[in-house]
Ligand binder design. Structure first.
Ligand code: AKG
Ligand code: FE2
Length: 355
């Protein structure tokens, strides 16, 4: 993958999708872009429809085993029985739609600054790819109130309360999932003492890194030539995604691209790079992308990672080889160091910390 050019690095503003009838050259992903479209060594974009991502009911007594199995084999599963009220999920979706339906000049009031992390803009991974994506994004870290005031100065409460409530609920469910996953690794949750710490001081050392990412994929006149969100893994421990429309695809080395078909009321749980490192490679950090449709699509992703100065390294109780030796596949890095590596190197970041 070539180095991103400075001009694309600074390019934050999405295309005004509402005003165009055809896919402009800047957004056409052709065969010459295949090295960016497919994982190395795979030259087919076809999806395999014989496989589907596991669906797990959190109320199932076997849920912990099923989650562990899915984490090892897939790095992704769909979760039902999670207890998030349907009304809240619907409200988050409709507030997301309301945001992206705003006129361009209003969305630009909350534009992400070049090098910034939050607000309205193109996908953060855009600079690593030669073509632009068929996508608008909005990133929220912490409370949504400031951004809501930029967008709706006199009417910000519904958006901010909905997003804040959703983030609280996502955090609780992710912490529950992480505890289940750590148990399967025989990891004492004391090793991650910031987890389930109800007395956050607000200090970075004890506060998990979280973000809420709202995504909009406008209706596309020529979906086969455009890319919604290019392939990537998430820089998180766990990501929870909600979307009512198909488009998300995940990659399995032994199968290829597999579409994630929306299951009513389910949340999609993706494992990210940090859990892959902590588990010494046992859990898959799932490669995924979004293809576009003739119809519009919205998604909401909640990312959960360790505090920025937490030292991420393989937790080794299960990394003992047959002859008893311990082989750590990754060296230690702080969460912040890894996030910076990912921002500079994207898919090469994991290989940079391989032992
Ligand atoms: O839109 C989706 O389904 C996936 C979004 C995603 O992968 C992300 O925001 O990192
Ligand atoms: Fe993602």
């Amino acid at each position: 993958m070539g180095a991103p050019s400075d001009s694309s690095r600074n390019h934050v503003i999405p295309l005004d999708f509402g005003s165009i009838q055809t896919v402009p050259e800047s957004h056409v992903w052709s065969e010459s872009d295949d090295e960016y479209r497919y994982p190395s060594g795979v030259h087919s974009g076809t999806t395999n429809s014989c496989f589907s991502v596991p669906v797990i009911d959190l109320r199932d007594p076997n849920a912990p085993e099923l989650i562990t199995e899915a984490s090892e084999k897939w790095g992704v599963f769909q979760l039902t029985g999670h207890g998030i009220p349907t009304e809240l999920m619907e409200e988050v979706e409709s507030e997301t739609q309301r945001l992206f339906s705003l006129p361009v000049d209003r969305k630009l009031k909350a534009l992400r600054s070049p090098g910034g992390a939050t607000g309205y803009g193109q996908a953060m991974i855009s600079p690593f790819f030669p073509k632009h994506m068929w996508h608008e994004g909005f990133t929220i870290m912490g409370s949504a109130t400031d951004h809501a005031k930029q967008l709706w100065p006199h009417d910000f409460e519904v958006f901010s309360e909905t997003m804040d409530d959703y983030q609280k609920q996502m955090k609780a469910i992710i912490e529950q999932l992480i505890l289940i996953i750590l148990k399967s690794l025989d990891i004492n949750s004391q090793q991650l003492n910031w987890l389930k710490n109800d007395h956050y001081s607000g200090h970075e050392a004890t506060t998990p890194g979280t973000a809420l990412q709202l995504n909009y994929y406008p209706p596309c006149p020529d979906p086969n030539r455009a890319m919604g969100l290019a392939q990537h893994t998430d820089t998180s421990l766990v990501t929870i995604l909600q979307a009512q429309t198909s488009g998300l695809q995940i990659f399995r080395d032994d199968v290829g691209w597999i579409s994630v078909q929306p299951v009513r009321g389910a949340l999609t749980v993706n494992l990210g790079d940090f859990l892959h490192i902590l588990s010494n490679g046992r859990f898959v950090s799932v490669l995924h992308r979004v293809v576009v449709n003739p119809v519009q699509r919205f998604s909401v992703a909640y990312f959960y990672g360790p505090p920025s100065d937490f030292i991420v390294s393989p937790l080794l109780s299960r990394s003992v080889g047959d002859s008893g030796e311990i082989v750590a596949r990754y060296r230690s890095v702080t969460a912040k160091e890894f996030i910076d590596m990912k921002a500079k190197n994207l898919k090469r970041a994991l290989s940079l910390i391989k032992t």
